[in-house]
Design a protein around this ligand. Structure first.
Ligand SMILES: CN1c2c(nc(N)[nH]c2=O)NC[C@@H]1CNc1ccc(C(=O)N[C@@H](CCC(=O)N[C@@H](CCC(=O)N[C@@H](CCC(=O)O)C(=O)O)C(=O)O)C(=O)O)cc1
Ligand SMILES: N[C@@H](CCS)C(=O)O
Ligand SMILES: [Zn+2]
Length: 765
């Protein structure tokens, strides 16, 4: 009898209950009620998740997190940053507040004045989820604290669930850690493994049979040292009485396959994606006692599974393995929304094709029933499933496809070289040395969001909505003028999100009402759904930019999201290669860029925050991706005159290996995130002379902390030591939409002051 299980479930709640409880707690942390409310909300979400997953043979526990599962792992292993421990003991913080201090650099008790640097946050592999990076050094020691996961086991048991604790494996934990080189990190493994052994012993005492150990580094190209570390780790842990199910996701095992097949674990999970060959390879070498978990349901996209095709592959496997065949989503369902049934505005033809977390688990039930009881037992469901495929073909817009196929190479190139353009732009714009700017968004206050919500509910007219947004734009322009910034922005008040907004205005893309996916902590996004050919029916941003520019003599940047980012932060149709979908979006953005230029917008920023994010995890696939991704950016951005300055922006990118591709984008100015990672991203400029202008972020916008002028000046000086001063811009790491006005004004005042001091120093040399 085949069995079904899940690797992890979204934790934000179907109505983002966790988000609201967290933000309430952070604002009112001094009140016991808000803490009780936070814990009660979290418990309700966990219980709801257990209920949704009740048809599974094994339910994941320990996957729930108040902020981030990697940070939870650090706390469970007793690896808490020294600065956090120090502040926590000085101010006698509760465990909960120490946890949020590590995550956000601040506790809920603002008046206690305790703060530290927020934990560094980075992308979870190739997803739009961000984790808090563990910090280690040669002296790091570990001590087990399993209270959180024990609580979750007990809770799940009390409702009769068959539990399977989920933990992040020791090798991935160290691999992702920062603060030490690989050799040092590997010397920590012998110290870490006894803690994992204690954890497994703790599970055994709780009567646990199976534990899911996530080692997603197995999706990467691993060198010999890390492969050996995996062998060493799992040899060590094999003496425990617990059965380990080893999982990896987001890509196949590739060159790690033979290592994985030989590990002494009780079960192996294979994320199917395109790797049925790996499923069959592992099945053929599986020991008689081992289980094979097949990640047959796509945990990264929202299309219904092709159940008949899955069964073709699964039936022979089931005949071979019987109850040693387990079925699962390819990865944790953290990366998809919870329930498509909540959606009332998605056209029914499209909605029929969609499957969110809840529906994906139902698909597992269908597959299990078909395997255990025969296909006929689900003949109705199979018929409905087949009927819902193929909608996208009917939706294709032939005209766009024709246009795609005739792209000429001249569309991918600016008219002149960067050095020529730089001269032309210098005389057109007359900017000082170290020009100051911001990344685009200004605080999205609850007033702005409420106004948008009212407009969507038809409670205010479009005319009133526009007037209110214009008021906000006027305010944002005024603040920037007062602060003395050089290149202004309109502040993006009219945008719910930098990607969803464009999804709302482009044809071929649908947006949802409730399909939230966690991005980090309490922050969520609703990725648009690209289901047909994309095109732009009319200008999207031009009127807002024109309005903002009409209020000031300083240049206001036009603000667009780039094609690669729109693609990477959306759910994408699977009947067309991603590069072709991206080209369609690039053509639409190109039209917008050209219209902005025609409306006298002299600087246009095309954000490519997610360019690096979907870089394939395997090195041999990266070149091809970068080639078409950069081409799409060029297609979107190259249609302008020399004097129009093109900016781009990227956040959380580690640029090391993609610097030449970034240079090939040929943006006149790129702003990047560097402050949150303590300027370590700038190391690449020691060995690579980036040719165009660049603004390394001088302060981290993810933390509510205020930053002093001298700290920003230090960072600017650090940048100056690596990059010629006349190439440098001064800006924050990223947009300011998540921040409050008080912090924004203080920090930007300090930023402008830092730039002015740097100008004085430069003029003295
Ligand atoms: C820059 N980043 C982005 C990423 N991905 C994106 N798709 N967008 C990004 O900007 N990835 C990397 C980084 C960091 N990630 C994020 C992700 C999300 C946020 C963020 O601030 N999200 C908001 C939600 C934004 C949104 O869509 N808001 C809507 C709906 C607002 C709402 O809840 N309205 C209420 C009513 C209003 C009220 O009472 O307040 C309702 O409808 O009930 C909107 O503005 O209209 C979040 O809050 O999570 C930041 C960085
Ligand atoms: N222009 C966007 C970029 C975020 S990555 C913003 O400022 O929010
Ligand atoms: Zn950004």
């Amino acid at each position: 009898m085949a069995k079904i299980h899940n690797l992890g479930f979204p934790r934000i709640g179907a109505n983002r209950e966790l988000k609201f409880a967290l933000e309430h707690y952070w604002q009112h942390g001094d009140s016991e009620t808000s803490q009780r409310h936070l814990h009660a909300t979290a418990r309700e979400i966990r219980q709801g998740n257990l209920e949704i997953q009740s048809a599974l043979d094994w339910v994941p526990v320990g996957d729930f997190s108040l902020y981030d599962h990697v940070l939870d792992t650090s706390f469970m292993l007793g690896n808490i940053p020294t600065s956090v421990e120090k502040v926590a003991s000085e101010y006698a913080l509760t465990a909960l507040d120490a946890y949020f201090l590590a995550a956000r650099g601040q506790t809920a008790h603002a008046e206690c004045g305790c703060q530290t640097q927020a934990g560094e946050m980075t992308k979870w592999f190739d997803t739009n989820y961000h984790y808090i990076v563990p910090q280690v050094d040669a002296d790091t020691s570990f001590a087990l604290n399993p209270s959180r996961i024990n609580r979750d086991i007990n809770e799940a048991r009390s409702v009769g669930a068959e539990v399977k604790p989920v933990i992040l494996g020791p090798v991935t934990y160290l691999y992702l850690a920062k603060g030490a080189d690989d050799t040092t990190k590997l010397t920590l493994l012998p110290k870490l493994l006894p803690i994992y052994a204690q954890l497994l012993a703790n599970f055994y005492r709780h009567g646990v049979e199976w534990v899911q150990v996530d080692e997603p580094v197995l999706a990467l190209d691993l060198n010999r040292e890390w492969q050996t570390a995996l062998q060493y780790a799992y040899d060590y842990l094999s003496t425990s009485n617990i059965k380990l199910l080893l999982t990896s996701y987001f890509s196949d095992y590739g060159a790690n396959l033979s290592i994985v097949s030989a590990l002494p674990v009780a079960g192996i999970h294979v994320p199917v994606i395109d790797s049925w060959h790996e499923v069959n390879a592992i099945a053929s070498t599986l020991k008689a006692s081992q289980v094979l978990s097949v990640g047959v349901i796509d945990g990264r996209n929202i299309w219904k599974a092709r159940l008949n095709q899955c069964l073709e592959q699964l039936i022979p496997l089931h005949q071979q393995l019987g109850d040693r065949l387990w079925l699962a989503p390819s990865c944790s369902l953290l990366h998809v929304p919870i329930d498509v049934e909540l959606e009332t505005h998605i056209p029914s033809g499209l909605k029929d094709r969609l499957s969110f977390a809840k529906q994906k688990l139902q698909e597992l039930v269908y597959l299990k029933n078909a395997l255990n009881e025969g296909r006929d037992s689900i003949s109705t469901e199979l018929g409905q499933n087949s009927a819902s495929q193929g909608y996208e073909k009917a939706q294709s817009n032939h005209a766009t496809q024709l246009r795609d196929s005739s792209l000429h190479s001249s569309l991918f190139k600016r008219q002149s070289t960067f050095s020529q353009r730089k001269l032309t732009q210098a005389s057109a714009l007359s900017l000082p040395l170290f020009p100051t700017t911001t990344i685009g968004s200004y605080p999205q206050t609850s007033d702005i969001r409420l106004t948008r919500a009212k407009f969507k509910r038809n409670e205010i007219s479009e005319h009133e909505y526009i007037l209110r947004m214009q008021d906000e734009i006027a305010h944002v322009i005024d603040v920037q003028e007062q602060l003395g910034l050089d290149v202004l922005v309109h502040g993006e008040p009219e945008r719910n999100d930098m990607v969803e907004y464009f999804g709302e205005h482009l044809e071929g893309i649908a947006v949802s009402q409730f399909a939230w996916v966690q991005s980090y902590g309490s922050r969520c996004v609703k990725p648009p759904i690209i289901y047909a050919d994309v095109h732009r029916p009319k200008p999207i941003t031009v009127a807002w930019s024109q309005y903002a520019q009409s209020l000031t003599a300083k240049p206001v940047k036009g603000m667009l999201t780039g094609p690669v980012t729109i693609l990477n932060w959306s759910f994408v149709r699977d009947d067309l290669p991603r590069n072709k979908v991206c080209e369609q979006i690039a053509l639409a953005i190109r039209e917008e860029v050209n219209d902005l230029e025609a409306a006298n917008i002299r600087i246009i920023q095309i954000d490519e925050a997610a360019l690096r994010e979907r870089l394939p995890l395997k090195k041999h696939e990266q070149r091809y991706y970068m080639q078409w991704a950069v081409d799409c950016f060029l297609l979107a951005s190259s249609g302008v005159k020399d004097e129009t300055q093109i900016h781009t922006h990227m956040c959380y990118s580690s640029f090391g290996e993609i610097m030449e591709d970034v240079a090939r984008m040929d943006a006149d100015v790129i702003t990047i995130e560097t402050a949150r990672s303590n300027m370590t991203l700038l190391d690449v400029f020691d060995t690579y002379a980036y040719p165009n202008d660049i603004g390394p972020g001088v302060y981290d916008i993810h933390s509510p902390n205020k930053v002093e002028t001298h700290d920003m000046l230090d960072r600017l000086n650090h940048a100056c030591s690596r990059i010629p001063a006349d190439q440098l811009w001064v800006n924050p790491d990223c947009g300011l939409k998540t921040r409050g006005w008080d912090e924004v004004k203080v920090n930007l005042r300090h930023m402008v002051a830092a730039a002015k001091k740097a100008r004085v120093v430069a003029s003295e040399h």
